[in-house]
Design a protein around this ligand. Structure first.
Ligand code: NAD
Length: 357
């Protein structure tokens, strides 16, 4: 098959790690007889420098015309003082809305080879964990009515959490479909003991659950979920939650893996076009040094194969190659811990993964 992939290399370490993922995709193409064609577009700080705006129309059009989008990371101190609408991060929001991406999918997996980096208790680490956090991305309080007004006690501010049945239904379906391909267990997180929007969320999730009798579905309150993630993360398979709860809990779930340079993510919409990116930022402190860990971006490319192109075998091949290099003890500096082993450069780590493929 032939696939067109739009590349948004972005800023900082973005270009270095995207180039690594491109090498890996090319190798997968050779092995499994697919053609991946890549076209690069500007987004973020580099786009501001070249065109004056973080997300030029040409980039939006190019991404819409592609089969999928691979993003490095955007931003950096150079653009930190620009007004909000001109900040590099606007490119991310703009792409989500241009492509109608309402789902954010973040796997959180503890790699046995990296268990020393996990900040959790040894007995929790011993059980391991491997779950996917699914966050609704385009609704809820981040997009609800907001404002300031004069109240009886002076100035006040408000933000509104609002979810429609249709919004909850579509994200719930993503969760159940994802669970079918994994451990067949969905935990839906809300605050239904207090919030009306959560009560609607819960009702709709239960209704959708009836369409998936083979998937076990339970509810969990968000405050309990925050605790359970550090106490017993092994209980989770697929977690689904609203925009704000997902924003917070997905960062918590990344943190408990102990290795930010390892974590991939996917943003998906109704169709097959998705945007795939590492969860970390542009790491300006190490940009240009050739030491960035490319694994999160390489695993993002694996997610692209799975979720946009339905190439499960090829995705697994990349994931196995990453497991293999880690099991051999190969490490980039960020995941080397206190070991005496020499850390690999971005290029060397990429080569090692290519060799395993
Ligand atoms: P960051 O994730 O860029 O860096 C945090 C720390 O992790 C740094 O010490 C960095 O060196 C390290 N790190 C991150 N990725 C790494 C990798 N692949 N290999 C090795 N080490 C890695 O977060 P930050 O410093 O808060 O943000 C830097 C810039 O990135 C900011 O401008 C921020 O707005 C932007 N940002 C962009 C995105 C995105 O594009 N999706 C996400 C988060 C932050």
């Amino acid at each position: 098959m032939n696939y067109n992939i739009a590349l948004l290399r972005g800023d900082g370490i973005g270009p270095e790690i995207v180039d690594s993922a491109v090498e890996v995709l090319k190798k997968i193409g050779e092995k499994y007889n697919h053609t991946f064609e890549f076209k690069a577009y500007l987004a973020g700080g580099c786009a501001i420098d070249a065109t004056g705006e973080p997300l030029p129309q040409e980039t939006i059009d190019g991404c819409k015309a592609s089969d999928s989008v691979l993003l490095g990371a955007v931003g950096g101190p150079k653009w930190d003082t620009l007004p909000g609408h001109l900040r590099p991060e606007r490119a991310l929001l703009g792409m989500r809305s241009a492509l109608g991406l309402f789902t954010n999918l973040r796997p959180a997996k503890l790699y046995p080879a990296l268990k020393d980096a996990c900040p959790l208790k040894a007995e929790t680490v011993a059980k391991g964990f491997d779950f996917v956090m699914i966050r609704e991305l385009t609704g809820g309080i981040y997009f609800g009515e907001r404002g300031r007004r004069q109240g009886p006690g002076g100035e006040e501010a408000f933000d509104t959490e609002c979810y429609s049945v249709a919004e909850v239904e579509r994200i719930a379906r993503v969760a159940f479909e994802t669970a079918l391909k994994r451990g067949k267990k969905v935990i839906s997180i809300d605050k239904a003991n207090v919030l009306e929007s959560s009560r609607l969320w819960r009702e709709v999730v239960h209704r959708v659950a009836m369409e998936y009798p083979e998937v076990e579905c339970t509810d969990m309150l968000v405050d309990n979920a925050a605790m359970q993630l550090v106490k017993n993360p092994a209980q989770f398979d697929v977690v689904v939650t609203s925009n704000m709860f997902g924003d917070i809990l997905s960062d918590e779930s990344s943190q408990i893996t102990g290795s930010i340079g390892m974590l991939a993510s996917a943003s998906l919409g109704e169709g097959t076009v998705g945007m795939y990116e590492p969860i970390h930022g542009s790491a300006p402190d190490i940009a240009g040094k050739g030491i960035a860990n490319p694994i999160a971006t390489i695993l993002s490319a694996a997610m692209m194969l799975r979720y946009s192109f339905n190439l499960e075998q090829e995705a697994v091949c990349i994931e196995r190659a990453v497991d293999a290099v880690l099991n051999k003890g190969l490490r980039t500096a960020d995941i080397a811990g206190n070991s005496d082993v020499k850390s690999l450069s971005t290029k060397e780590m990429t080569e090692a993964i290519l060799k395993e493929i």
